[in-house]
Design a protein. Sequence first.
Length: 206
Amino acid sequence: MLRRGAVGLNLMGDFIREALVSTLDAAGQVHLTPLGYRQRDGRVLLAPFHPSQTLANLQAHGVAVLNFIDDVSVIAGCLTGRRTWPVTPAERVAVPRLAQSLAHWELEVIEVFDDATRPTFECQVVLERVHAPFTGFNRAQAAVIEAAVLVSRLDWLDPVAVRDDFSRLQTAIDKTAGPRERQGWDWLCAALAQHPRHRDTTGMRG
Ligand SMILES: Cc1cc2nc3c(=O)[nH]c(=O)nc-3n(C[C@H](O)[C@H](O)[C@H](O)COP(=O)(O)O)c2cc1C
């Protein structure tokens, strides 16, 4: 049973991790998007901005899967219109998980804290599975995640600041990227170079 929270949640200063969230749209199709998540008292908090497909899907179905991945090309791909990635059925919820996830958590929404800008969905983890080992940090992966966050905000971020941030992140790509990181980076650079507010500012290398 879904409860509706009366007061908003203060999320400032929380520890945030990034994952790929799967939800179901009105047609029953899986929707994949990168999303930050927080944990509080054993629960998972998801906070998608208005308007977004993930928000509509969480409101409509109340279930999701958190996919933990190290292939950052999936994150860059989803942000640049490449949303078709192999999925496989989850066990406890009717939302598929990403087939290549290293691990996944299946979520049921138990409470919604409404907000005109950014509602928070408090979720119970109904199943956890590990599929493959985590094999360490990679700087280029972190760079692609940072660049993906920038690309998700191109409509309002300052073009010169974005260009400078991409230029700094390029160092980690040059030194440590493998093929998946390079692919993700290239997709994000192309999105930046094509964006009407940014295309005149960027002289990016692909
Ligand atoms: C690493 C990362 C974390 C993100 N976290 C959030 C988030 O917590 N809330 C949000 O609304 N959008 C977040 N975004 C942006 C969404 O992925 C993006 O805007 C998306 O296209 C909108 O969601 P939709 O596909 O459900 O419409 C994040 C993007 C990245 C790359």
